[in-house]
Design a binder for this molecule. Structure first.
Ligand SMILES: *[C@@H]1O[C@H](CO)[C@@H](O)[C@H](O)[C@H]1NC(C)=O
Ligand SMILES: *[C@@H]1O[C@H](CO)[C@@H](O)[C@H](O)[C@H]1NC(C)=O
Ligand SMILES: *[C@@H]1O[C@H](CO)[C@@H](O)[C@H](O)[C@H]1NC(C)=O
Ligand SMILES: *[C@@H]1O[C@H](CO)[C@@H](O)[C@H](O)[C@H]1NC(C)=O
Length: 293
């Protein structure tokens, strides 16, 4: 992965910071630098005149911080996407965060779900008809009434809002297909006016439904980033999985941000220029606390 990596276990951080949150990480120092200083910089994580220890501690407390650049008492934090902007350096300025605690050790994911270790826990990537935090829920609920959805919050069938309809393949949300092409901002407003959101297609199952119904269509998703390499999150703050290979790529630009939004196309997610016109389908659900990757 790295053409020239010198692994030094630089520092084990077991300060009160880590104990409090039960986190333990180490940072590896690498002879690397980033092509441009603020590539995939994490918001509000650019500091001058702080110690290396504070710099690393601050990275520790940010789930999406993976790389720390530290030079001349100047510290910046970067996401996983910074890797695209690596370049060789004779100075050791780049530190990579490694989680020591493996939250996947006891494999919490049921039904062949794949566990992703995260700083504050884990995510399960579920397959087939399973969903939920641990892929233990089966997509077996259904509402006999048409245009009703199964509320995971109240555990009963609730009618969809006016003009929304339910999908038998995924009965936990209601959808409204506008049939319209819009730029991102207008698309987002369109759904907000209907008390709903742009699509939050968290599970493979939901995404594959869109392949079946319209393989060539491009539909806006409920996400937007502000700087190159920022992690794409759903509107409820959970991380987006399901990007196509080598995506998001920001049109391969390391200098100017082009692709701030995302679409689903043929079951895969791509980053996309917000001023392009894409299809708008709104999604309504009363519970976003359940994860269904
Ligand atoms: C990052 O880049 C933006 C322009 O893309 C610039 O306005 C900003 O000052 C840069 N931030 C840092 C910390 O270099
Ligand atoms: C998921 O599994 C963990 C560990 O086995 C358990 O503590 C937790 O309650 C489960 N969560 C759900 C929503 O099933
Ligand atoms: C539902 O659609 C009809 C026909 O397009 C429209 O007249 C009506 O205002 C819509 N209702 C709501 C609540 O948006
Ligand atoms: C959206 O919610 C607000 C406040 O609950 C309500 O007044 C409004 O009628 C709703 N709009 C639609 C289109 O359902």
């Amino acid at each position: 992965m790295y053409p020239l990596q010198i692994n030094l276990i630089f520092l084990m951080l077991f300060g009160h910071n880590c104990l409090e949150s039960g986190l333990s990480v180490h940072f590896k120092a690498n002879y690397f630098d980033l092509k441009i200083q603020n590539f995939s910089i994490i918001k509000d994580s650019f500091y001058t005149k702080i110690s290396l220890l504070s710099c690393l501690s601050k990275c520790l407390s940010n789930e999406f911080c993976l790389y720390v650049r530290y030079e001349d008492s100047t510290c910046s934090h970067h996401t996983e996407f910074a890797e695209k902007a690596f370049e060789k350096s004779f100075k050791k300025v780049l530190y990579e965060k490694h989680l020591i605690k493996d939250n996947c050790l006891e494999n919490p994911c049921k039904n062949s779900g794949v566990c992703v270790n995260r700083q504050n826990g884990y995510d399960c990537l579920c397959i087939n008809k399973y969903f939920g935090k641990n892929c233990s829920l089966l997509n077996s609920f259904s509402c006999s009434k048409t245009n009703s959805f199964w509320s995971l919050k109240h555990e009963l069938c609730i009618p969809c809002p006016a003009n929304f309809s339910s999908m038998p393949q995924f009965p936990y949300s209601c959808f409204l297909n506008s049939g319209l092409n819009m730029i991102y901002r207008n698309a987002k407003l369109y759904c907000e006016e209907k008390n709903s959101t742009l699509l939050r297609l968290k599970s493979i199952m939901e995404r594959s439904n869109f392949v079946q119904s319209d393989p060539n269509g491009k539909y806006w998703l409920d996400t937007k980033i502000n700087y190159i390499g920022e992690t794409f999150l759903w509107g409820d703050g959970s991380k987006i999985y399901g990007f196509a290979q080598n995506e998001p790529n920001n049109l391969n630009s390391l200098e100017i941000i082009f692709e701030t939004c995302a679409v689903i196309n043929n079951g895969k997610i791509f980053d996309e220029i917000e001023f392009y016109e894409n299809y708008v389908v709104c999604q309504y659900s009363d519970s976003y606390e359940h994860f269904f990757y």
